[in-house]
Write a protein that binds this ligand. Structure first.
Ligand code: SER
Length: 620
Protein backbone atom coordinates (compact mmCIF):
# COMPACT_ATOMS: atom_id res chain seq x y z
CA UNK A 1 0.00 0.00 0.00
CA UNK A 2 1.54 3.30 -1.11
CA UNK A 3 1.42 6.60 0.77
CA UNK A 4 -1.18 7.98 -1.66
CA UNK A 5 -3.40 4.92 -1.07
CA UNK A 6 -3.25 5.46 2.69
CA UNK A 7 -4.38 9.05 2.13
CA UNK A 8 -7.27 7.92 -0.08
CA UNK A 9 -8.41 5.27 2.36
CA UNK A 10 -8.20 7.61 5.33
CA UNK A 11 -10.16 10.39 3.66
CA UNK A 12 -12.84 8.02 2.45
CA UNK A 13 -13.07 6.31 5.86
CA UNK A 14 -13.89 9.64 7.49
CA UNK A 15 -16.04 10.90 4.63
CA UNK A 16 -18.20 7.82 5.16
CA UNK A 17 -18.55 8.98 8.74
CA UNK A 18 -19.91 12.39 7.79
CA UNK A 19 -16.66 14.36 7.44
CA UNK A 20 -16.07 16.99 4.77
CA UNK A 21 -12.64 17.25 3.22
CA UNK A 22 -10.87 20.58 3.64
CA UNK A 23 -7.91 21.80 1.59
CA UNK A 24 -4.27 21.32 2.35
CA UNK A 25 -3.52 24.84 3.64
CA UNK A 26 -0.44 26.73 2.44
CA UNK A 27 2.81 25.68 4.13
CA UNK A 28 3.47 29.35 4.85
CA UNK A 29 0.49 30.41 6.98
CA UNK A 30 -1.62 33.37 6.01
CA UNK A 31 -2.68 35.87 8.67
CA UNK A 32 -0.74 34.18 11.42
CA UNK A 33 2.31 36.12 12.46
CA UNK A 34 3.11 33.83 15.32
CA UNK A 35 4.47 30.95 13.35
CA UNK A 36 6.63 30.71 10.24
CA UNK A 37 5.28 27.41 8.93
CA UNK A 38 2.15 25.31 9.12
CA UNK A 39 3.27 22.62 11.50
CA UNK A 40 0.08 20.67 12.13
CA UNK A 41 -3.28 20.11 10.51
CA UNK A 42 -5.11 21.96 13.27
CA UNK A 43 -3.15 25.18 12.87
CA UNK A 44 -5.34 26.73 10.17
CA UNK A 45 -8.40 25.71 12.23
CA UNK A 46 -7.65 27.45 15.52
CA UNK A 47 -10.47 29.96 15.21
CA UNK A 48 -12.97 27.10 14.87
CA UNK A 49 -11.78 25.48 18.09
CA UNK A 50 -12.33 28.82 19.76
CA UNK A 51 -15.98 28.86 18.65
CA UNK A 52 -16.24 30.30 15.09
CA UNK A 53 -18.48 28.18 12.90
CA UNK A 54 -16.94 26.38 9.92
CA UNK A 55 -18.73 26.61 6.56
CA UNK A 56 -18.45 22.85 6.06
CA UNK A 57 -19.88 21.94 9.41
CA UNK A 58 -18.60 20.13 12.45
CA UNK A 59 -16.75 17.13 10.98
CA UNK A 60 -13.65 17.79 8.90
CA UNK A 61 -10.88 15.68 7.40
CA UNK A 62 -7.75 16.38 5.35
CA UNK A 63 -4.11 15.68 4.67
CA UNK A 64 -1.85 18.60 5.49
CA UNK A 65 1.73 19.38 4.45
CA UNK A 66 3.63 20.29 7.62
CA UNK A 67 7.08 21.57 8.45
CA UNK A 68 8.61 21.67 11.94
CA UNK A 69 11.76 23.79 12.09
CA UNK A 70 12.27 22.72 15.70
CA UNK A 71 13.01 19.20 14.46
CA UNK A 72 15.96 20.15 12.23
CA UNK A 73 18.41 18.73 14.73
CA UNK A 74 16.35 15.56 15.23
CA UNK A 75 16.66 14.58 11.57
CA UNK A 76 19.12 11.74 11.09
CA UNK A 77 17.43 8.95 13.06
CA UNK A 78 14.98 6.28 11.86
CA UNK A 79 11.78 8.31 12.35
CA UNK A 80 12.17 12.11 12.54
CA UNK A 81 11.68 14.47 9.62
CA UNK A 82 11.14 18.21 9.42
CA UNK A 83 8.69 17.96 6.53
CA UNK A 84 5.86 15.47 6.76
CA UNK A 85 2.24 15.00 5.81
CA UNK A 86 -0.33 14.79 8.53
CA UNK A 87 -3.63 12.99 8.22
CA UNK A 88 -6.19 14.88 10.26
CA UNK A 89 -9.79 14.56 11.34
CA UNK A 90 -11.65 17.02 13.52
CA UNK A 91 -14.82 17.28 15.49
CA UNK A 92 -15.81 20.88 16.17
CA UNK A 93 -18.09 20.32 19.12
CA UNK A 94 -19.62 17.17 17.63
CA UNK A 95 -18.33 13.64 18.43
CA UNK A 96 -15.77 13.02 21.17
CA UNK A 97 -13.75 10.19 22.71
CA UNK A 98 -16.35 7.44 22.26
CA UNK A 99 -16.30 7.82 18.48
CA UNK A 100 -12.75 9.02 17.86
CA UNK A 101 -10.78 6.24 19.55
CA UNK A 102 -12.75 3.30 18.11
CA UNK A 103 -12.72 4.89 14.63
CA UNK A 104 -8.97 5.32 14.62
CA UNK A 105 -8.49 1.80 15.95
CA UNK A 106 -10.78 0.46 13.24
CA UNK A 107 -8.87 2.41 10.59
CA UNK A 108 -5.56 0.96 11.80
CA UNK A 109 -6.67 -2.63 12.21
CA UNK A 110 -9.41 -3.06 9.56
CA UNK A 111 -8.35 -0.68 6.82
CA UNK A 112 -4.56 -0.64 7.15
CA UNK A 113 -4.58 -4.21 8.51
CA UNK A 114 -2.06 -3.47 11.24
CA UNK A 115 -1.66 -6.24 13.77
CA UNK A 116 -3.48 -5.02 16.94
CA UNK A 117 -0.99 -6.98 19.04
CA UNK A 118 1.64 -4.50 17.93
CA UNK A 119 -0.39 -1.44 18.94
CA UNK A 120 0.09 0.38 22.27
CA UNK A 121 -1.65 3.46 23.60
CA UNK A 122 -0.90 6.29 26.01
CA UNK A 123 -3.30 8.20 28.21
CA UNK A 124 -3.20 11.46 30.16
CA UNK A 125 -2.56 10.90 33.86
CA UNK A 126 -3.92 14.25 35.11
CA UNK A 127 -2.62 17.71 35.97
CA UNK A 128 -3.80 20.06 38.74
CA UNK A 129 -7.57 20.36 38.41
CA UNK A 130 -7.66 18.47 35.09
CA UNK A 131 -8.36 14.82 35.91
CA UNK A 132 -6.83 11.63 34.61
CA UNK A 133 -8.49 10.52 31.37
CA UNK A 134 -10.34 7.48 32.67
CA UNK A 135 -12.89 7.55 29.87
CA UNK A 136 -10.23 7.00 27.18
CA UNK A 137 -8.75 4.24 29.33
CA UNK A 138 -12.14 2.45 29.48
CA UNK A 139 -12.61 2.80 25.72
CA UNK A 140 -9.14 1.42 24.90
CA UNK A 141 -9.57 -1.40 27.40
CA UNK A 142 -12.73 -2.56 25.69
CA UNK A 143 -11.26 -2.23 22.19
CA UNK A 144 -8.35 -4.51 23.09
CA UNK A 145 -10.52 -6.94 25.06
CA UNK A 146 -12.96 -7.28 22.16
CA UNK A 147 -10.07 -8.63 20.09
CA UNK A 148 -9.04 -11.00 22.84
CA UNK A 149 -5.95 -8.96 23.75
CA UNK A 150 -5.13 -8.36 27.40
CA UNK A 151 -5.22 -4.54 27.80
CA UNK A 152 -3.01 -4.68 30.89
CA UNK A 153 0.24 -4.30 28.95
CA UNK A 154 -1.21 -2.05 26.30
CA UNK A 155 -2.22 1.12 28.14
CA UNK A 156 0.39 3.53 29.53
CA UNK A 157 -0.20 6.72 31.52
CA UNK A 158 1.92 9.84 31.17
CA UNK A 159 1.71 13.42 32.43
CA UNK A 160 1.58 16.76 30.64
CA UNK A 161 5.02 16.32 29.09
CA UNK A 162 3.73 13.48 26.89
CA UNK A 163 -0.05 13.52 26.89
CA UNK A 164 -1.05 17.15 26.68
CA UNK A 165 -1.19 19.00 23.38
CA UNK A 166 -1.28 22.68 22.56
CA UNK A 167 0.55 24.72 19.96
CA UNK A 168 2.71 26.11 22.74
CA UNK A 169 3.41 22.74 24.35
CA UNK A 170 3.08 22.38 28.12
CA UNK A 171 0.14 23.99 29.99
CA UNK A 172 2.45 26.42 31.77
CA UNK A 173 3.87 27.63 28.44
CA UNK A 174 0.50 28.38 26.89
CA UNK A 175 -0.41 32.06 26.53
CA UNK A 176 -3.78 33.29 27.69
CA UNK A 177 -6.53 32.31 25.25
CA UNK A 178 -4.67 29.35 23.73
CA UNK A 179 -6.69 26.13 23.30
CA UNK A 180 -5.32 22.74 24.36
CA UNK A 181 -6.18 19.49 26.00
CA UNK A 182 -5.20 15.98 27.03
CA UNK A 183 -4.41 13.52 24.29
CA UNK A 184 -4.17 9.82 23.64
CA UNK A 185 -1.45 8.52 21.34
CA UNK A 186 -1.14 5.23 19.50
CA UNK A 187 2.24 3.55 19.00
CA UNK A 188 3.36 0.78 16.71
CA UNK A 189 5.89 -1.72 18.01
CA UNK A 190 8.62 -2.04 15.38
CA UNK A 191 9.95 -5.03 17.25
CA UNK A 192 13.55 -3.80 17.47
CA UNK A 193 15.62 -4.65 20.53
CA UNK A 194 15.58 -2.22 23.43
CA UNK A 195 18.73 -0.20 23.97
CA UNK A 196 19.47 0.15 27.71
CA UNK A 197 21.15 3.49 27.02
CA UNK A 198 17.62 4.91 27.07
CA UNK A 199 16.56 3.40 30.40
CA UNK A 200 16.12 0.04 32.01
CA UNK A 201 12.63 -0.64 30.79
CA UNK A 202 11.25 0.02 27.35
CA UNK A 203 7.82 1.70 27.02
CA UNK A 204 5.91 3.51 24.22
CA UNK A 205 7.58 6.86 24.84
CA UNK A 206 11.07 5.36 25.19
CA UNK A 207 13.53 7.03 22.84
CA UNK A 208 15.27 3.80 21.77
CA UNK A 209 13.33 3.77 18.53
CA UNK A 210 11.36 0.58 19.09
CA UNK A 211 7.98 2.32 19.34
CA UNK A 212 6.74 4.58 16.57
CA UNK A 213 4.03 7.10 17.40
CA UNK A 214 1.51 6.84 14.56
CA UNK A 215 -1.42 8.93 15.71
CA UNK A 216 -2.52 11.46 18.28
CA UNK A 217 -6.11 12.19 19.30
CA UNK A 218 -6.21 15.50 21.13
CA UNK A 219 -9.29 16.23 23.18
CA UNK A 220 -9.26 19.97 22.70
CA UNK A 221 -11.60 21.13 25.44
CA UNK A 222 -9.70 23.71 27.51
CA UNK A 223 -8.64 27.30 27.07
CA UNK A 224 -5.85 28.90 29.06
CA UNK A 225 -6.92 31.72 31.37
CA UNK A 226 -5.02 34.17 33.58
CA UNK A 227 -4.82 31.67 36.41
CA UNK A 228 -5.61 28.24 34.98
CA UNK A 229 -8.00 26.78 32.47
CA UNK A 230 -11.65 27.15 31.51
CA UNK A 231 -13.69 24.89 29.22
CA UNK A 232 -13.81 25.91 25.57
CA UNK A 233 -17.31 26.63 24.19
CA UNK A 234 -17.18 23.14 22.60
CA UNK A 235 -15.48 19.82 23.25
CA UNK A 236 -13.41 19.27 20.13
CA UNK A 237 -11.35 16.44 18.70
CA UNK A 238 -8.09 17.22 16.91
CA UNK A 239 -6.54 14.10 15.45
CA UNK A 240 -3.19 14.05 13.65
CA UNK A 241 -1.30 11.07 12.26
CA UNK A 242 2.05 11.19 10.45
CA UNK A 243 1.61 9.62 7.02
CA UNK A 244 5.28 8.61 6.72
CA UNK A 245 5.11 6.72 9.99
CA UNK A 246 1.83 5.03 9.17
CA UNK A 247 3.44 3.90 5.94
CA UNK A 248 6.43 2.51 7.87
CA UNK A 249 4.04 0.51 10.07
CA UNK A 250 2.07 -0.75 7.05
CA UNK A 251 5.28 -1.77 5.26
CA UNK A 252 6.72 -3.13 8.49
CA UNK A 253 9.87 -1.04 8.13
CA UNK A 254 11.73 0.03 11.23
CA UNK A 255 13.21 2.94 9.33
CA UNK A 256 10.89 5.38 7.56
CA UNK A 257 13.63 6.14 5.01
CA UNK A 258 13.38 2.57 3.79
CA UNK A 259 9.69 2.86 2.91
CA UNK A 260 8.38 3.04 -0.64
CA UNK A 261 8.01 6.81 -0.21
CA UNK A 262 11.62 7.63 0.64
CA UNK A 263 13.65 4.78 -0.81
CA UNK A 264 13.70 6.14 -4.41
CA UNK A 265 15.02 9.45 -3.02
CA UNK A 266 17.60 7.59 -0.96
CA UNK A 267 18.67 5.76 -4.15
CA UNK A 268 19.02 9.07 -6.02
CA UNK A 269 21.35 10.30 -3.28
CA UNK A 270 23.31 7.05 -3.26
CA UNK A 271 23.74 7.43 -6.99
CA UNK A 272 24.80 11.05 -6.85
CA UNK A 273 27.26 10.58 -3.99
CA UNK A 274 28.43 7.17 -5.12
CA UNK A 275 27.89 5.80 -1.62
CA UNK A 276 25.62 3.35 0.13
CA UNK A 277 22.81 4.14 2.57
CA UNK A 278 24.09 1.39 4.80
CA UNK A 279 27.39 3.15 5.34
CA UNK A 280 26.10 6.72 5.47
CA UNK A 281 22.57 6.35 6.79
CA UNK A 282 22.64 9.36 9.10
CA UNK A 283 24.01 11.77 6.50
CA UNK A 284 21.68 10.46 3.79
CA UNK A 285 18.61 10.75 6.02
CA UNK A 286 19.50 14.39 6.69
CA UNK A 287 20.04 15.06 2.98
CA UNK A 288 16.72 13.41 2.08
CA UNK A 289 14.76 15.24 4.74
CA UNK A 290 16.33 18.65 4.14
CA UNK A 291 15.99 18.40 0.37
CA UNK A 292 12.33 17.37 0.61
CA UNK A 293 11.61 20.25 2.98
CA UNK A 294 13.55 22.71 0.81
CA UNK A 295 11.62 21.62 -2.30
CA UNK A 296 8.29 22.34 -0.59
CA UNK A 297 9.42 25.60 0.98
CA UNK A 298 10.80 26.92 -2.33
CA UNK A 299 7.58 25.82 -4.05
CA UNK A 300 5.69 28.01 -1.54
CA UNK A 301 7.52 31.05 -2.92
CA UNK A 302 10.25 31.43 -0.28
CA UNK A 303 13.83 32.33 -1.27
CA UNK A 304 16.85 31.74 0.98
CA UNK A 305 17.66 34.82 3.05
CA UNK A 306 18.74 35.85 6.51
CA UNK A 307 15.30 36.15 7.98
CA UNK A 308 12.24 34.15 8.89
CA UNK A 309 11.30 31.38 6.45
CA UNK A 310 14.18 32.34 4.17
CA UNK A 311 16.65 31.72 6.96
CA UNK A 312 15.23 28.29 7.70
CA UNK A 313 15.43 27.42 4.01
CA UNK A 314 19.04 28.62 3.90
CA UNK A 315 19.90 26.38 6.87
CA UNK A 316 18.26 23.37 5.24
CA UNK A 317 20.08 23.76 1.93
CA UNK A 318 23.45 24.44 3.55
CA UNK A 319 23.11 21.58 5.98
CA UNK A 320 22.12 19.19 3.20
CA UNK A 321 25.13 20.37 1.22
CA UNK A 322 27.47 19.88 4.23
CA UNK A 323 26.20 16.32 4.54
CA UNK A 324 26.70 15.65 0.83
CA UNK A 325 30.23 17.00 1.19
CA UNK A 326 30.86 14.81 4.19
CA UNK A 327 30.32 11.81 1.91
CA UNK A 328 31.89 13.10 -1.25
CA UNK A 329 32.98 16.50 -2.55
CA UNK A 330 31.00 17.24 -5.69
CA UNK A 331 32.44 20.03 -7.82
CA UNK A 332 29.42 20.55 -10.07
CA UNK A 333 26.14 20.27 -8.19
CA UNK A 334 23.84 20.83 -11.18
CA UNK A 335 23.31 17.21 -12.15
CA UNK A 336 23.13 16.02 -8.54
CA UNK A 337 20.57 18.66 -7.57
CA UNK A 338 18.43 17.89 -10.60
CA UNK A 339 18.56 14.15 -9.92
CA UNK A 340 17.55 14.51 -6.28
CA UNK A 341 14.81 17.09 -6.91
CA UNK A 342 13.43 14.96 -9.74
CA UNK A 343 13.20 11.93 -7.48
CA UNK A 344 11.41 14.00 -4.82
CA UNK A 345 8.90 15.43 -7.27
CA UNK A 346 8.10 12.04 -8.69
CA UNK A 347 7.29 10.80 -5.18
CA UNK A 348 5.08 13.73 -4.22
CA UNK A 349 3.44 14.80 -7.47
CA UNK A 350 0.27 12.78 -6.87
CA UNK A 351 -0.68 14.96 -3.91
CA UNK A 352 1.20 18.10 -5.01
CA UNK A 353 1.01 18.24 -8.82
CA UNK A 354 2.16 21.87 -8.92
CA UNK A 355 5.66 20.69 -7.96
CA UNK A 356 6.10 19.64 -11.57
CA UNK A 357 5.74 23.08 -13.12
CA UNK A 358 8.00 24.53 -10.40
CA UNK A 359 10.85 22.09 -11.10
CA UNK A 360 13.20 24.57 -12.82
CA UNK A 361 12.66 27.27 -10.21
CA UNK A 362 13.23 24.83 -7.35
CA UNK A 363 16.46 23.53 -8.85
CA UNK A 364 17.81 26.99 -9.66
CA UNK A 365 16.95 28.37 -6.19
CA UNK A 366 18.77 25.49 -4.49
CA UNK A 367 21.78 25.75 -6.81
CA UNK A 368 22.00 29.48 -6.33
CA UNK A 369 22.07 29.02 -2.56
CA UNK A 370 24.75 26.34 -2.80
CA UNK A 371 26.86 28.73 -4.86
CA UNK A 372 26.34 31.51 -2.36
CA UNK A 373 27.36 29.14 0.39
CA UNK A 374 30.53 28.21 -1.46
CA UNK A 375 31.28 31.88 -1.94
CA UNK A 376 30.74 32.47 1.80
CA UNK A 377 33.09 29.65 2.65
CA UNK A 378 35.77 31.11 0.39
CA UNK A 379 35.30 34.54 1.93
CA UNK A 380 35.50 33.08 5.41
CA UNK A 381 38.69 31.28 4.46
CA UNK A 382 40.32 34.41 3.12
CA UNK A 383 39.23 36.37 6.21
CA UNK A 384 41.02 33.84 8.39
CA UNK A 385 44.02 33.64 6.08
CA UNK A 386 44.49 37.39 6.22
CA UNK A 387 44.33 37.39 10.01
CA UNK A 388 46.46 34.30 10.39
CA UNK A 389 48.92 34.29 7.49
CA UNK A 390 50.64 31.26 8.95
CA UNK A 391 47.41 29.20 8.96
CA UNK A 392 48.28 27.03 5.97
CA UNK A 393 51.04 25.44 7.99
CA UNK A 394 49.06 22.66 9.58
CA UNK A 395 52.06 20.86 10.97
CA UNK A 396 52.68 23.64 13.47
CA UNK A 397 49.07 23.39 14.63
CA UNK A 398 48.36 27.01 13.74
CA UNK A 399 44.80 26.33 12.59
CA UNK A 400 43.66 27.49 15.98
CA UNK A 401 41.62 30.69 15.73
CA UNK A 402 40.45 33.05 18.47
CA UNK A 403 36.95 32.75 19.86
CA UNK A 404 36.13 36.25 18.61
CA UNK A 405 37.13 35.30 15.07
CA UNK A 406 35.17 32.05 15.28
CA UNK A 407 32.20 34.15 16.32
CA UNK A 408 32.70 36.52 13.38
CA UNK A 409 32.58 33.50 11.07
CA UNK A 410 29.28 32.62 12.70
CA UNK A 411 27.61 36.01 13.00
CA UNK A 412 28.97 37.80 9.92
CA UNK A 413 29.67 34.97 7.52
CA UNK A 414 26.71 32.88 8.65
CA UNK A 415 28.65 29.66 9.31
CA UNK A 416 27.55 27.34 12.09
CA UNK A 417 30.15 26.06 14.61
CA UNK A 418 30.04 22.66 12.89
CA UNK A 419 30.67 24.27 9.53
CA UNK A 420 33.56 26.32 10.94
CA UNK A 421 35.08 23.16 12.35
CA UNK A 422 34.59 21.32 9.08
CA UNK A 423 36.78 23.98 7.46
CA UNK A 424 39.52 22.74 9.77
CA UNK A 425 39.59 25.65 12.23
CA UNK A 426 40.01 24.89 15.90
CA UNK A 427 38.46 26.87 18.76
CA UNK A 428 37.07 26.25 22.22
CA UNK A 429 33.54 24.90 21.89
CA UNK A 430 32.79 25.88 25.49
CA UNK A 431 33.88 29.46 24.99
CA UNK A 432 31.87 29.58 21.79
CA UNK A 433 28.74 28.31 23.57
CA UNK A 434 29.20 31.00 26.24
CA UNK A 435 29.49 33.71 23.62
CA UNK A 436 26.48 32.35 21.78
CA UNK A 437 24.38 32.40 24.95
CA UNK A 438 25.22 36.01 25.53
CA UNK A 439 24.41 36.82 21.92
CA UNK A 440 21.05 35.03 22.17
CA UNK A 441 20.18 36.83 25.39
CA UNK A 442 20.64 40.14 23.61
CA UNK A 443 18.67 39.13 20.53
CA UNK A 444 15.88 37.62 22.64
CA UNK A 445 15.48 40.97 24.30
CA UNK A 446 15.16 42.58 20.90
CA UNK A 447 12.65 40.02 19.73
CA UNK A 448 10.40 40.22 22.75
CA UNK A 449 8.36 43.09 21.42
CA UNK A 450 8.08 41.51 18.00
CA UNK A 451 5.18 39.21 18.49
CA UNK A 452 3.58 41.11 21.32
CA UNK A 453 0.23 39.53 20.48
CA UNK A 454 1.44 36.25 21.89
CA UNK A 455 0.90 32.87 20.36
CA UNK A 456 -2.83 33.17 20.06
CA UNK A 457 -3.48 35.17 16.98
CA UNK A 458 -6.82 36.33 18.19
CA UNK A 459 -5.86 39.28 20.28
CA UNK A 460 -8.08 42.35 19.82
CA UNK A 461 -5.30 44.05 17.88
CA UNK A 462 -4.89 41.32 15.31
CA UNK A 463 -8.64 41.05 14.83
CA UNK A 464 -8.73 44.80 14.27
CA UNK A 465 -5.83 44.46 11.81
CA UNK A 466 -7.65 41.71 9.98
CA UNK A 467 -10.76 43.84 9.42
CA UNK A 468 -8.50 46.69 8.27
CA UNK A 469 -7.02 44.50 5.51
CA UNK A 470 -10.50 43.98 4.10
CA UNK A 471 -11.13 47.72 3.99
CA UNK A 472 -7.68 48.37 2.52
CA UNK A 473 -8.13 45.67 -0.11
CA UNK A 474 -11.33 47.27 -1.38
CA UNK A 475 -9.91 50.80 -1.10
CA UNK A 476 -6.87 49.77 -3.18
CA UNK A 477 -9.22 48.47 -5.85
CA UNK A 478 -11.22 51.72 -5.69
CA UNK A 479 -8.07 53.76 -6.24
CA UNK A 480 -5.94 51.53 -8.49
CA UNK A 481 -8.55 49.52 -10.33
CA UNK A 482 -9.90 46.01 -10.29
CA UNK A 483 -6.72 44.33 -11.38
CA UNK A 484 -5.57 44.69 -7.81
CA UNK A 485 -6.10 41.51 -5.89
CA UNK A 486 -4.61 40.17 -2.70
CA UNK A 487 -1.72 37.73 -2.98
CA UNK A 488 -0.90 37.40 0.72
CA UNK A 489 -1.07 39.04 4.11
CA UNK A 490 0.46 38.83 7.52
CA UNK A 491 -0.94 40.52 10.59
CA UNK A 492 0.78 41.08 13.88
CA UNK A 493 -0.58 42.99 16.82
CA UNK A 494 1.59 45.90 15.74
CA UNK A 495 1.10 46.24 12.00
CA UNK A 496 -0.56 44.76 8.97
CA UNK A 497 1.31 43.61 5.92
CA UNK A 498 -0.62 43.21 2.71
CA UNK A 499 0.63 41.88 -0.64
CA UNK A 500 -1.23 42.49 -3.87
CA UNK A 501 -0.84 42.34 -7.59
CA UNK A 502 0.22 45.70 -9.00
CA UNK A 503 3.25 46.55 -11.00
CA UNK A 504 3.86 50.22 -10.19
CA UNK A 505 4.97 52.14 -7.17
CA UNK A 506 1.98 53.87 -5.57
CA UNK A 507 2.21 57.65 -5.67
CA UNK A 508 1.85 59.68 -2.48
CA UNK A 509 -1.48 60.83 -3.76
CA UNK A 510 -2.72 57.27 -4.28
CA UNK A 511 -1.58 56.33 -0.79
CA UNK A 512 -3.42 59.28 0.73
CA UNK A 513 -6.57 58.37 -1.21
CA UNK A 514 -6.49 54.79 0.12
CA UNK A 515 -5.93 56.04 3.66
CA UNK A 516 -8.77 58.54 3.30
CA UNK A 517 -11.25 55.92 2.09
CA UNK A 518 -10.37 53.48 4.86
CA UNK A 519 -10.60 56.21 7.51
CA UNK A 520 -14.00 57.27 6.17
CA UNK A 521 -15.26 53.70 6.50
CA UNK A 522 -13.91 53.58 10.04
CA UNK A 523 -15.62 56.84 10.99
CA UNK A 524 -18.94 55.58 9.64
CA UNK A 525 -18.72 52.74 12.15
CA UNK A 526 -20.01 50.21 9.60
CA UNK A 527 -21.35 46.86 10.81
CA UNK A 528 -19.40 43.68 9.98
CA UNK A 529 -21.05 40.30 9.60
CA UNK A 530 -20.63 37.04 7.76
CA UNK A 531 -22.85 34.70 5.82
CA UNK A 532 -22.26 31.14 4.69
CA UNK A 533 -23.44 30.76 1.12
CA UNK A 534 -22.93 28.73 -2.03
CA UNK A 535 -19.72 29.60 -3.83
CA UNK A 536 -21.73 30.47 -6.93
CA UNK A 537 -23.69 33.11 -5.08
CA UNK A 538 -20.54 34.57 -3.48
CA UNK A 539 -19.00 34.95 -6.90
CA UNK A 540 -22.15 36.51 -8.29
CA UNK A 541 -22.18 39.19 -5.65
CA UNK A 542 -18.53 39.90 -6.43
CA UNK A 543 -16.82 38.56 -3.30
CA UNK A 544 -13.06 39.06 -3.49
CA UNK A 545 -10.15 37.72 -1.44
CA UNK A 546 -7.59 35.00 -1.28
CA UNK A 547 -9.73 32.09 -2.12
CA UNK A 548 -7.86 28.88 -1.72
CA UNK A 549 -10.29 26.96 0.42
CA UNK A 550 -12.78 24.98 -1.54
CA UNK A 551 -15.62 24.18 0.76
CA UNK A 552 -17.49 21.93 -1.62
CA UNK A 553 -19.54 24.73 -2.92
CA UNK A 554 -20.10 26.54 0.42
CA UNK A 555 -18.09 29.55 1.48
CA UNK A 556 -17.94 31.99 4.34
CA UNK A 557 -18.16 35.60 3.22
CA UNK A 558 -17.60 38.70 5.36
CA UNK A 559 -19.52 41.88 4.64
CA UNK A 560 -18.50 45.29 5.86
CA UNK A 561 -21.26 47.88 5.75
CA UNK A 562 -24.21 45.58 5.09
CA UNK A 563 -27.12 45.20 4.67
CA UNK A 564 -26.59 41.61 3.76
CA UNK A 565 -26.96 40.35 0.26
CA UNK A 566 -30.34 40.72 -1.29
CA UNK A 567 -31.77 40.49 -4.74
CA UNK A 568 -32.90 43.74 -6.20
CA UNK A 569 -35.93 44.04 -8.39
CA UNK A 570 -33.91 43.42 -11.55
CA UNK A 571 -33.34 39.92 -10.26
CA UNK A 572 -29.58 40.47 -10.23
CA UNK A 573 -27.75 39.42 -7.09
CA UNK A 574 -26.72 42.52 -5.24
CA UNK A 575 -25.12 43.76 -2.08
CA UNK A 576 -24.79 47.25 -0.67
CA UNK A 577 -21.87 46.32 1.50
CA UNK A 578 -18.61 48.22 0.95
CA UNK A 579 -16.40 45.16 1.26
CA UNK A 580 -17.36 41.59 0.44
CA UNK A 581 -14.62 39.03 0.99
CA UNK A 582 -14.13 35.29 1.29
CA UNK A 583 -12.71 34.83 4.75
CA UNK A 584 -12.63 32.53 7.76
CA UNK A 585 -12.70 35.42 10.26
CA UNK A 586 -12.70 36.52 13.02
CA UNK A 587 -13.44 40.22 12.65
CA UNK A 588 -14.60 43.15 14.78
CA UNK A 589 -18.36 43.80 14.83
CA UNK A 590 -18.13 47.49 13.88
CA UNK A 591 -15.41 49.31 11.95
CA UNK A 592 -15.30 52.12 14.54
CA UNK A 593 -13.11 49.81 16.62
CA UNK A 594 -10.31 50.36 14.11
CA UNK A 595 -10.06 54.02 15.22
CA UNK A 596 -7.58 55.15 12.56
CA UNK A 597 -5.58 53.72 9.66
CA UNK A 598 -2.22 54.76 8.23
CA UNK A 599 0.05 53.31 5.56
CA UNK A 600 3.63 53.36 6.74
CA UNK A 601 5.64 51.79 3.94
CA UNK A 602 5.44 50.14 0.52
CA UNK A 603 7.82 47.70 -1.13
CA UNK A 604 8.25 46.01 -4.48
CA UNK A 605 8.30 42.27 -3.83
CA UNK A 606 8.81 41.19 -7.43
CA UNK A 607 6.60 39.27 -9.86
CA UNK A 608 4.46 42.41 -10.33
CA UNK A 609 3.49 42.44 -6.68
CA UNK A 610 3.66 45.17 -4.06
CA UNK A 611 3.67 44.98 -0.31
CA UNK A 612 2.15 47.58 1.99
CA UNK A 613 2.73 47.94 5.71
CA UNK A 614 0.08 49.81 7.64
CA UNK A 615 -0.88 50.55 11.22
CA UNK A 616 -4.31 50.65 12.74
CA UNK A 617 -6.04 51.99 15.81
CA UNK A 618 -4.32 52.14 19.10
CA UNK A 619 -0.81 51.82 17.66
CA UNK A 620 -0.86 55.14 15.85
N1 SER B 1 -2.45 18.73 16.84
C1 SER B 1 -1.99 17.41 17.14
C2 SER B 1 -0.60 17.15 16.65
O1 SER B 1 -0.07 17.95 15.93
C3 SER B 1 -2.95 16.40 16.57
O2 SER B 1 -3.40 16.78 15.32
O3 SER B 1 -0.04 16.15 17.00
Amino acid sequence: MKASEIIKKYISFFEKRGHKRIVNSPLIPQNDPTTLFTSSGMQPLVQYFLGESHPLGKRLVNVQNCFRAADIDEAGDNRHTTFFRMLGNWSLGDYFKREQLPWFFEFLTDVLKLDPKRLYVSIFSGYNSIPRDNESARIWKKLFEDLGIDPKDKIFYYGVDKNWWSRAGLPQDMPKGEPGGPDSEVFYDLGTAHNKKFGNKCHPNCQCGRFLEIGNSVFMEYQKTEDGFKPLPNKNVDFGGGLERLLAAVENQNDIFQTSLYSPIVSAIEKTTGSSYKENSRAIRIIVDHFVAAVFIVKSGVSPSNKEQGYVLRRLVRRAFDNINSIREIENMVVSTKTVVESIISQYKTTDPDLVQNFERIVSTILEEINKYRFTINKARSFIQKKYPQIGDELKGVKKISIDDAFILYSTHGLSPTQIKSLGYVFSVREFAKKMEEHQRVSRKGAQGKFAGGLVDHSDQTIIGHTATHLMHQALRDVLGNKVFQTGSNITSERIRFDFSYDKKLTNEEISKVEKIVNEKIEKNLPVHFEIMPLKKAKEIGAIGLFNEKYEGKVKVYFIGGPSTHSVRSGQPHTQAYSVEFCGGPHVDFTGKLKRFKIIRQENIGHSQRRIYAKVGAFL
